[in-house]
Design a protein around this ligand. Sequence first.
Ligand SMILES: [Zn+2]
Length: 234
Amino acid sequence: MISQFKTLKEECYEANIQLNNLGLVIYTFGNVSAVDRGRGVFAIKPSGVPYEDLKPEDIVILDFENNVVEGKMRPSSDTKTHAYLYKNWEDIGGIAHTHATYSVAWAQAQRDIPIFGTTHADHLTADIPCAPPMKDELIAGNYEHNTGIQILDCFKEKQISHTEVQMVLLGNHGPFTWGENAAKAVYNSKVLEEVAKMAFLTRQINPEAPRLKDSLIKKHYERKHGKDAYYGQK
Ligand SMILES: [Zn+2]
């Protein structure tokens, strides 16, 4: 029988494979999901399946209340975090989660990643936020759901927009990224990992390295994303 969610499962599958191809995950670390807003469902990697064994038909389809709509396998253990973010941020189309080394290092150090250079400014104008580690009662409760709450609370507290900053580090844990679709969420995971690596090396070479000045932040962001953007081909 052909699944009515074939395209969505394939989008999710391709994005998960891409996460692996980009060197962002080893073993079964990490997961990507893709949403279908029209049907109120999202597709996510099954739990504990190595990338080399993963097939498009293994992808699990759920609604935003975490009910399995289609699929025989158990969904990723982080599914409730994805559902919470989709439910609350209605304009996002894909979410990725990895344990990539440099991103995790900043998360474990519980530090925002400062904007040090134009690579960072090409993608976003703010420091990459690190949400505080979760409190014991949130860990003991509905942990993965509460992980979503922790991320949203961080954005509310720091007054940042999830459409401008499509990535976060969760203290002691690691990065979550999102975008208009699953491929963009994966792209943002790779950008985050590279920026995290560059920022780490910058601090190593010069612990006092200054934040990028506003004029360069503005220039680099706007030539790529501003109303008169001229980066790339028309
Ligand atoms: Zn994780």
